[in-house]
Design a protein around this ligand. Structure first.
Ligand code: NDP
Length: 446
């Protein structure tokens, strides 16, 4: 591998102690773009990688809020504005107790390349808080979101930085965040946030976009290898936004989804998961997936998440969270004859799991490419906001399909061009990197 790449990886590990998730993503991306770096000494001369691994700006702030009993709490708030070479920073906000600077930097770094792949003009950023939305009342969520936005609004704008949802941030939270932004700024800048409700500037098909996009991408990948979703057995982890719409589209394509999960455990339903019931439990009642088995006779519930990967399936779609599919899980999937693993969540597979899958010739659809449909549709929402106009569901869905096809082809072609034919992970990193690199080179040392 390129000496320059090695040096930068060492520097990142040395200068960002303890930020394991960030180290891992930098290693993954830089290792796979090494052939491009070797072929282009101009990048080293311009210290391009040094600049790319350093966020343009990191904002950290306190978020004080008062619970329903009158007790005061203080959480940590983050916004990492990673790279604006090709457009305003764009990326979600995550509310989860595990959130720390390393996780937000890892997500922000990934977002830079993912956004570049979408073919749309969006830079990369990410934010969030270690606030735990679980078990909080609507009013507590609202007060937290208002406090968070009171600081965040200084740093964002429709031409500067456009946050969206992520784990723990759905339509309800985006509504509260936008309400507070509008109140403080006294301007109807709808393009400042995406994932908005349809009555105030949201885009049709945004809710479905990440899950549907994952299915459009993996369908093309299967077809390229002489297969299809029809009659395949599919396991999907998670039961949130990405998982629900991935299951819905998989069924529409003729597959049988037999399992899904939440952070407590998983359900196995050999008759096929009833997605409407999952929606009712997780989206409407905000309940636990365990309740699915209580309401559907053919289903069983198992406590603990990891066991989901021991279920026999043709296609595995990890759609829950980072590092949920480890080497042991990969071995179980391969032993059970899995054909394709498609990442709906961000970095759900550990590096050794990916290596194992690829060395066993399992088709691997990497997150950065396969789950980019969500942010791509967010960019379509920004476009609609700028035009003060809305497209129909079908129009957005068609554009999404086209974007997923471009991402698939760009990843496939880049892998081939740089001697890694069939390796979409290398391909998507290279394709995403090249656009950002060229823009940064053109813009001088900034
Ligand atoms: P949600 O908060 O809607 O759902 C997350 C789901 O994963 C919940 O069902 C949650 O369970 C479950 N979960 C969390 N941890 C685990 C675990 N260890 N094992 C099993 N299940 C778990 O988030 P999203 O669906 O929006 O996001 C899921 C992933 O997709 C994240 O990695 C996110 O970054 C990524 N992503 C999301 C996009 C989007 O448009 N929403 C776009 C691109 C990527 P519980 O109900 O118990 O919390």
């Amino acid at each position: 591998m390129s000496k320059y790449v090695d040096e930068i990886i060492e520097k990142v590990v040395r200068e960002n102690p303890g930020e394991t998730e960030f180290h891992n993503t930098v290693k993954e991306v830089l290792t796979s773009i090494a052939p491009v770096i070797d072929a282009n000494p101009k990048y080293q001369n311009a210290a391009l990688l040094e600049r790319m691994v350093e966020p343009e700006r990191v904002v950290m702030f306190r978020v004080p809020w008062v619970d329903d009993a009158g007790k005061v709490h203080v959480n940590k708030g983050y916004r990492v504005q990673f790279n604006s070479a090709i457009g305003p920073y764009k990326g979600g906000l995550r509310l989860h107790p595990s959130v720390n600077l390393s996780i937000i930097k890892f997500l922000g770094f990934e977002q830079v390349f993912k956004n570049s792949l979408t073919t749309l003009p969006i830079g990369g950023g990410k934010g969030g808080s270690n606030f735990d939305p679980k078990g909080k009342s609507d009013n507590e969520i609202m007060r937290f979101c208002q406090s968070f936005m009171t600081e965040l609004q200084r740093h964002i704008g429709q031409d500067t930085d456009v946050p969206a949802g992520d784990i723990g941030v759905g339509g309800r939270e985006i509504g509260y965040l936008y309400g507070q932004f509008k109140r403080i700024r006294n301007a109807y800048e709808a393009g400042v946030l995406t994932g908005k409700g349809l009555t105030y500037g949201g885009s049709l098909a945004r809710t479905e976009a990440t899950g549907y996009g994952l299915l459009y991408f993996t369908k093309l990948y299967l077809e390229d290898n002489g297969m299809s979703y029809k009659d395949q057995t599919v396991v999907v982890s998670g039961s949130g936004n990405v998982a629900i719409y991935a299951m819905e589209k998989a069924q529409e394509f003729g597959a049988k989804v037999v399992a899904c999960s939440d952070s407590n455990g998983y359900v196995f339903d050999p008759e096929g998961i009833d997605v409407a019931l999952v929606k009712q439990i997780k989206e409407v009642e905000r309940g636990r997936i365990k309740e699915y088995a209580a309401r559907k006779a053919s289903a069983t519930y198992t406590e603990g998440c990891k066991g989901i990967w021991t279920i026999k399936c043709d296609i595995a779609l990890p759609c829950a969270t980072q590092q949920e599919l480890d080497l042991e899980s990969a071995k179980a999937l391969v032993a059970n004859g899995v054909k394709l693993v498609g990442e709906g969540a961000n970095m759900p597979s550990t590096l050794d799991a990916i290596e194992y899958l690829q060395s066993n010739k399992i088709m691997f659809a990497p997150a950065k490419a396969a789950n980019a449909g969500g942010v791509a549709t967010s960019a379509l929402e920004m476009a609609q906001n700028s035009m003060r106009y809305s497209w129909t569901f079908e129009e957005v869905d068609e554009k999404l399909k086209g974007i997923m096809a471009s991402i698939y082809n760009a990843s496939k072609n880049a892998a081939k061009e740089y001697g890694h034919e069939g390796d979409l992970l290398v391909g998507c990193n290279i394709a995403g990197f090249l656009k950002v690199a060229d823009a940064m080179m053109a813009q001088g040392i900034v």
